[in-house]
Design a protein. Sequence first.
Length: 162
Amino acid sequence: MKKISWIWVLALGVVLATPTIAGDGYEKCTADTQTCLNMMVSNLKDRGWVGIEMEEEDGKLTILRVEDDSPAAESGLRQGDVLLAMNGIAFSEENHDRLYEAKKNMAVGKTVTYSVDRQGCCHIKGGKSEVEVTLANIPDEIIAKWVGQHMMDHAAIELAKN
């Protein structure tokens, strides 16, 4: 079970989303700490934000948490929703490159359409639907959290070298 914080969701916002921006989440960051920090800040300043935390298990992307006052919350995405596709591209290993390219175009103000499988409970109707999310600026506290997490990875690498 993998927990995905929103760079992937950025990618997506969503898709996908622990943020190792310098390596775009697909490879280990090899830049020195200051270069990496500068790259992250530069890459994040114009990135669109969805505001979800996801988990990938058995090939399914399930929303674990929706940030309050986020584009995801405003659009009606909910905890427990399973993301099936983004802008018509199914979340699957064979679409990795297409999703990566789509993620690069996720800018503030753009609209992303997610295909969602909503599990019904209580008064909430289940089933598949399309949800449009207009991307927003990433809040400073979220950027600080992502950068801090990534810099801790750098510190661990530096300690391991010594």
